[in-house]
Design a protein around this ligand. Structure first.
Ligand code: C2E
Ligand code: MG
Ligand code: MG
Ligand code: MG
Length: 292
C-alpha cells in the first residue's frame, strides 16, 4: 500500500532528522560547556555590565551587575543560556564567585553606590555558598551593606525552608537581599511571608502594563503599598517611558531602573554618565552611544 509506505518513510525520516538535531544540540552544549570552563580560566570573554538604579530624584543609588559572555566564535551568548549551561554543569559555583569578585572590585571603585548581583538557586543550594560569600566580601573590605543579592522567586520554590535560613544568615552578616521579578513566580506572598528580604523588584511585565491595563496598574500600586507595609524598599525594573516613571513616582516607588535612565553598560561608559551627570534621566542614550 503506497500511502502507508509514504507515511512510514516520512515518519522514519522525520525521526532521523529529529535525532540528528538532538545530537547536534547536545554536541553544541558539550562544546559550550568546555568553552565556558575555558573562559572562566582567564581572558576577556566574560565581563560584567552595569545598569544604574536611581531614586525618585533621578540620582544614582546603585547599580545592578549583569553578566555578558562574548564567545570568540559564536559572539554574544544570551545570558540565560550561559546561566543554564553553568547550572547544569556546576560551573555556576566558580562563575558565581567570578561575578561576586568582579562586582566587589567595582564596588571598591565606586564607593557612593550599592552593587546588586543576581544569584542562581543552584548557588544558594550549594553547601559552602554562605561562607564563601561572606569570606569574599570580608577580604574585599567593601562594606557588606553595599552589596545586594537578587534572588528570583523561582529560586524559592524548592526547599524553601533551607533557602530561607541561608538568606537569613546572609542578612545577619549584613548583606541585603532583593526578591527579583516579583509577581511572576508561584505564591509570591508566601515567599514574602517566609523569607526575610530587604527589597522587592517589581517585574518588568507589570511595569510595561502601567497605563495599558487597569489591573496591572492596580497591582503595581498595591505591591508598592504591600512592600512598604512590610518595611521593604520597592524597585521597579524595566522603566521605559516617562508615563511609567511618573506613575511610579506618584505611587511612592523607592527606586527605578530601566532603559529610560540607562541601559546596562561597561564600567568605562558608566563613568561618562556617572561622573558628569547626577541626574540620570538627563543622560540621553545618544550621549552614551557617542562614547561607545
Ligand atoms: P534580571 O535580573 O531581572 O535583570 C533585568 C534584565 O532586564 C536585564 O537583562 C536587563 O538588561 C533588562 N532590562 C533592564 N531594563 C530594561 C528595560 O527598560 N527594558 C527592557 N526590555 N529590558 C530591560 P539581561 O542582562 O539580559 O539579563 C537577563 C537575566 O539573566 C537577568 O534578569 C538575570 O535573571 C539573569 N542574569 C544576568 N546576569 C546574571 C548573573 O551574573 N548571574 C545569574 N545567576 N543570573 C544573571
Ligand atoms: Mg536582577
Ligand atoms: Mg529583575
Ligand atoms: Mg527580570
Amino acid at each position: 500500500d503506497i500511502a502507508l509506505y509514504a507515511a512510514k518513510s516520512a515518519g522514519r525520516d522525520g525521526y532521523r532528522l529529529f535525532s540528528e538535531e538532538l545530537d547536534r544540540a547536545s554536541f553544541d552544549r558539550d562544546r559550550l560547556r568546555a568553552d565556558l570552563e575555558a573562559a572562566l580560566e582567564g581572558g576577556d570573554q566574560l565581563r560584567l555590565v552595569y545598569q544604574v538604579k536611581v531614586g525618585i530624584d533621578d540620582v544614582a543609588r546603585g547599580v545592578e551587575a549583569l553578566l555578558r559572555w562574548q564567545h570568540p566564535v559564536r559572539g554574544a551568548i544570551p545570558v540565560q543560556d550561559t546561566i543554564a549551561i553553568a547550572e547544569e554543569t556546576g560551573l555556576i559555583i566558580p562563575l558565581g564567585a567570578w561575578v561576586l569578585r568582579n562586582a566587589l572590585a567595582f564596588a571598591a571603585r565606586w564607593p557612593m553606590l550599592t552593587v546588586a548581583l543576581n544569584v542562581s538557586p543552584v548557588q544558594l543550594r550549594h553547601p559552602g555558598y554562605v561562607a564563601s560569600v561572606l569570606e569574599l566580601i570580608r577580604s574585599s573590605e567593601v562594606a557588606r551593606g553595599r552589596i545586594e543579592l537578587e534572588i528570583t522567586e523561582t529560586a524559592l520554590l524548592e526547599d524553601n525552608e533551607s533557602i530561607a535560613a541561608k538568606l537569613a544568615c546572609l542578612r545577619a552578616g549584613g548583606l541585603r537581599i532583593a526578591l527579583d521579578d516579583f509577581g511572576t513566580g508561584f505564591s509570591s506572598l508566601r515567599h514574602l511571608h517566609q523569607c526575610a528580604v530587604d527589597r522587592i523588584k517589581i517585574d518588568r511585565s507589570f511595569v510595561a502594563a502601567i497605563g495599558q491595563s487597569e489591573k496591572a496598574t492596580a497591582i503595581v500600586r498595591a505591591v508598592i503599598q504591600l512592600g512598604h507595609a512590610l518595611g521593604l524598599q520597592v524597585t521597579a525594573e524595566g522603566v521605559e517611558t516617562e508615563a511609567q516613571r511618573q506613575f511610579l513616582v506618584e505611587a511612592h516607588i523607592d527606586e527605578l531602573q530601566g532603559y529610560i535612565f540607562a541601559r546596562p553598560v561597561d564600567e568605562a561608559l558608566f563613568m561618562v554618565g556617572g561622573d558628569k551627570c547626577r541626574r540620570w534621566r538627563l543622560v540621553a542614550d545618544d550621549r552614551l552611544d557617542a562614547a561607545r
